[in-house]
Design a protein around this ligand. Sequence first.
Ligand SMILES: [Zn+2]
Length: 95
Amino acid sequence: MSFVPIICGKRDWDVEYAQSQEYNAIYCPNCHNYKVRPVKRREFITIWFIPVMPFFWGKQLVCPICNWRQDFKSDEQLKKVLREQDNIRAGKVGG
Ligand SMILES: [Zn+2]
């Protein structure tokens, strides 16, 4: 009888959240670039490289430059972030 080890792993990927241009230039508080975009984040436990169990399933803001990430829950929260973006661009932050 041969012993077959079960190979467990983790697989993650980002799915495009929206095609809209307005979502693709959000300010990154970490590296200060306007490159942050929203994604649908998927993380799965894999067995034999097959995703079998969701590990994380949610929405995140992602900066492709410095890899900064922040969870967000809803469209409303995303729109609030976008409204704050306008203030950052206009230099109104901090009064
Ligand atoms: Zn960044």
